[in-house]
Design a protein around this ligand. Structure first.
Ligand code: NAD
Length: 498
């Protein structure tokens, strides 16, 4: 049994607030560890430490800074398997899926090796008589990240890597449900040569989040989590004059056109809907077949696939997905299925009663599939964040695109079709930040940016890609004129002091 404290100034420090909570192992419901919940004073100690370390790090030349990232990549690659197992045990996803979680994080670290290039400024020679104008990108100082439970490697890395590559000191407040991997990431960065104090992990809940939002020395906050908390953090952080970017919840639609390859579509849908027990912000939670015949063909192939999904413990390499994160999450998801039934949607596959033999205390649930869901139902409007897929039948393409456009959320969306014209029209008109064309989970690769629209995102810059370097730096623009006087031509006589 581990007691997670905090990682401040390059050292593990025990929590002093007197508050802590259990870290569970969702596959059997056991308590794996405890995690300290920091007070505002503990956060302040971390900020002071980070503030003291940051100027020397920012003054380190950028190529030397990113060499630390290179060494970090090597270290993670050496312990990929054990890191993935730790992640799977605390989160509940399968080990194979946990490896993907780490990998998508490392891909952003790889791109951040290009930080020296991304931080270059602009230069105008002769903007006026004898005047040059140039700009430079400088680190903000101390910045913080507040991250969700569902990608405990990927999302912290999406924030840490660009922030430190740009010369900032970083304070991570990971999810209190699975802090093990973020703590290990901090240790590995130190081992890779990152100076103490540049990456700190302060564990906790709302108390420490509020302390981050109110601390005058924290210059920027990046958040990922549910929409109500995203909105709260955005408002409070902005009111305190910080730079803030917040990414929230989702309700991602997959539009299935009559000409779609139905085998390919169902393969894509089953993975995107139920992978990681539906606990992904880019999971497909609404399938929208266009036309009656498309809907019938979809259901004919989809229902048996949902019925035969293999749910298992995180360590079972043959499982399609594992347990959900907590018993409360399990009860919330089952509650949504009850709501859907009461609202009149047709529950075609019911996974509520699933029990995992030998793991009776784990937080398991089988896949659920609703047909004939309508846009006025709560199960359509709200994010369920579990292995529950809703089918909303649309009479036409216009009706299908309107559904995605009218939904409050706008994180990801996909269209499955063989028609290039429909796909092109869809990509152009849909009011959603990330679009897949015959790709069910269109998480952009690391050198493009990631971000939703509407209630899925607050703030104007996305995560990773070019936006990350803009978010974690401020621009300084210099207008310069030098007095003339050293242009007197060649001098052939040796200069003397006379
Ligand atoms: P959450 O909002 O409950 O928690 C996220 C973070 O906020 C955690 O670190 C948590 O400690 C903190 N927090 C929770 N309640 C708080 C409060 N009242 N005040 C201050 N801080 C608080 O989210 P979660 O359950 O960990 O993650 C799942 C959610 O995250 C889903 O809604 C999912 O769609 C979303 N998500 C979004 C993206 C994206 O990029 N848009 C990516 C992953 C997850």
């Amino acid at each position: 049994m581990v007691d997670y404290g905090h990682f401040i100034g390059g050292k593990h420090v025990a929590g002093t607030s007197g508050r802590k909570q259990d870290v569970l192992q969702p596959m059997d419901g056991s308590v794996r560890a405890t995690v300290a919940l920091a007070s505002a004073q503990e956060l302040r100690a971390a900020v002071e430490n980070a503030k003291a370390a940051q100027p020397a790090w920012a003054a380190t030349n950028p190529q030397r800074r990113v060499r630390v990232l290179m060494r970090f990549l090597e270290l993670v690659n050496k312990e990929y398997d054990s890191l993935a197992e730790l992640l799977a045990r605390e989160h509940g996803k399968t080990i194979a899926d946990a490896k993907g979680d780490i990998q998508r994080g490392l891909e952003v670290v790889e791109v951040c090796i290009g930080a020296p290039h991304m931080m270059k400024g602009e230069f105008t020679d002769g903007a006026g008589p004898g005047i040059d104008v140039y700009s430079m990108r400088q680190a903000l100082g101390v910045v913080a990240g507040i991250t969700p439970f569902n990608f405990p490697a990927m999302i912290p890395l999406w924030k840490i890597a660009p922030a430190i590559a740009c010369g900032n000191a970083f304070i991570l407040k990971p999810s209190e449900r699975d802090p093990g991997v973020p703590m290990r990431i901090a240790e590995l960065f130190l081992e890779a040569g990152l100076p103490a104090g540049i990456l700190n992990v302060v564990n906790g809940d709302k108390t420490v989040v509020d302390a981050i939002l109110d601390d005058p020395d924290v210059k920027a906050v990046g958040f990922v989590g549910s929409t109500p908390i995203a909105q709260y953090i955005y408002s409070r952080g902005c009111a305190n004059g910080k730079r803030v970017q917040c990414f929230g919840g989702a309700k991602n639609h997959m539009i299935i056109m009559p000409d779609a390859d139905m085998d390919q579509t169902v393969d894509a849908l089953i993975g995107a809907g139920y992978g990681s027990a539906g606990e992904r912000c880019m999971a497909i939670s609404v399938a929208v077949p266009v036309g009656h015949d498309t809907a019938e063909r979809l259901m004919e192939k989809l229902v048996p696939r949902v019925e035969s999904l293999k749910v298992g413990p995180s360590t079972d390499s043959s499982a399609d997905f594992g347990p959900v994160v907590t018993r409360e999450a399990l009860e919330r998801i089952k509650g949504y299925v009850d709501i859907g039934v009461n609202e009149g949607a047709k529950l075609v596959v019911d996974g509520r009663g699933f029990k995992m033999q030998g793991y009776e205390n784990g937080f398991y649930m089988g896949g659920c599939l609703f047909d004939h869901v309508t846009s006025d139902m709560r199960i359509y409007k709200e994010e369920i964040f579990g292995p529950v897929l809703s089918v909303v039948r649309a009479p036409s393409y216009e009706n299908a695109i309107k559904l995605a456009n009218d939904h409050e959320m706008g994180n990801g969306v996909a269209i499955f079709t063989r028609d290039g014209d429909a796909a092109r029209d869809f990509a152009s008109r849909v009011q959603v930040g990330m679009v897949g064309i015959n790709v069910p989970i269109p998480v952009p690769i690391a050198y493009y940016t990631f971000g939703g629209w509407k209630a899925s995102s607050f703030g104007d810059l996305n995560q990773h890609g070019t936006d990350a370097f803009r978010f974690y730096t401020k621009t300084k623009t210099v207008t310069s004129r030098w007095p003339s006087g050293v242009k007197d031509g060649a001098e052939f006589v040796i200069p003397t002091m006379n």
